[in-house]
Design a protein around this ligand. Structure first.
Ligand SMILES: Cc1ncc(C[n+]2csc(CCOP(=O)(O)OP(=O)(O)O)c2C)c(N)n1
Ligand code: SF4
Length: 286
């Protein structure tokens, strides 16, 4: 049985007090609680402060291009569906440059866990506003205050047919770890958005701010994550941010639908792969 420290490769180089420490801790706790095998786990990260997780969390890792976590993670899962594939993005990585991939991975229900660390800012590039930044926020790229209405990842995921939609807070590590454990057990695409302060570039959405504005869905005994309309209503409430498992349903994962086709004959003529022609094309790139 592994313990939390077995997943600790090295100390991360984040700013002191960054919410990413809480995210890292939650990942280690959840991995230890489930005794995850690092050799059967792949963490795919994008470009951003969150991307440093590959350096410090023990598992196979792929630190890819900005915004391209989900195509890589999908490719890994389809090639080796037995692996636990965890994608990690920032709010810029996921909802700005990576937004198209996000919607399609959600609707396809690819069997991966997707952790979006939402600090409502571009951290690595020194504090430009992001798609989740609040209207009016003053930053180096919005000196007169942002004029854009922010988007909400869980709301987008629900509209796109998401099957596991959760939100945690890096200031509540035990709760975030619990969400990660549930996500690992889910069959299909599991989104966890982790609200996470960037203490260096976002002086508005601090630990105190999040604590004041979030509430735990688990505290509400009348809330059931299977009720889509109720999930939608909670996500629409702009005064309070729900934390917890927001919505879950069962649908077949993409890989279970796609992979059996590999062994089937192709029904219509002309749709098969012309291998000699393909090899000729590939030869040009060698
Ligand atoms: C194609 C491309 N466009 C832009 C960049 C510059 N860039 C690097 S990280 C980043 C945003 C980082 O913000 P986020 O994804 O929210 O991650 P954080 O640093 O906050 O964890 C940008 C715009 C890049 N590396 N590649
Ligand atoms: S810049 Fe912000 S997100 Fe990046 S390590 Fe520092 S506090 Fe964390």
């Amino acid at each position: 049985m592994r313990n939390k420290e077995d997943y600790h490769l090295e100390d991360p180089a984040w700013c002191r007090g960054c919410g990413l420490f809480g995210v890292f801790d939650a990942l280690k706790r959840a991995a230890a609680a489930q005794d995850l095998d690092p050799e059967q786990t792949v963490v795919v990260t994008g470009i951003g402060c969150h991307g440093r997780l590959n350096n410090c969390f023990r598992a196979y890792g792929f630190h890819g291009l900005h915004g391209r976590v989900l195509p890589v993670a999908t490719g890994v899962k389809l090639n080796n569906p037995g692996l636990l594939v965890v994608g990690v993005s920032g709010d810029g990585d996921a909802y700005s440059i990576g937004l198209g991939h996000f919607i399609h991975a959600v609707r396809r229900n690819v069997g991966i866990v997707y952790l979006v660390v939402d600090n409502r800012i571009y951290g690595l590039t020194q504090g430009q506003f992001s798609p989740t930044t609040e209207m009016g926020f003053v930053s180096i790229s919005s000196p007169y205050g942002s004029k854009e209405f922010p988007i909400d990842g869980p709301r987008l995921a629900l509209a796109a047919g998401g099957t596991f939609i959760a939100r945690g807070f890096s200031g509540n590590v035990a709760h975030l770890a619990g969400l990660f454990e549930k996500a690992v057990k889910h069959r299909g695409f599991a989104l966890i958005e982790a609200l996470s302060p960037c203490v260096t570039h976002n002086k508005i959405n601090t630990y105190e701010w999040f604590r004041k504005n979030i509430y735990l869905l688990e505290d509400d005994s009348g809330y059931h994550p299977g009720d889509k309309m109720e999930a939608w209503t909670r996500l629409q409430d702009s005064r309070r941010i729900p934390i917890g498992l927001i919505y879950q349903e069962q649908k077949p994962p993409f890989e279970e639908l796609v992979l059996p086709d590999v062994h089937k004959p192709i029904a219509r003529e002309g749709l098969g792969v012309d291998v000699p022609r393909l090899e000729k094309i590939m030869e040009k790139f060698r």
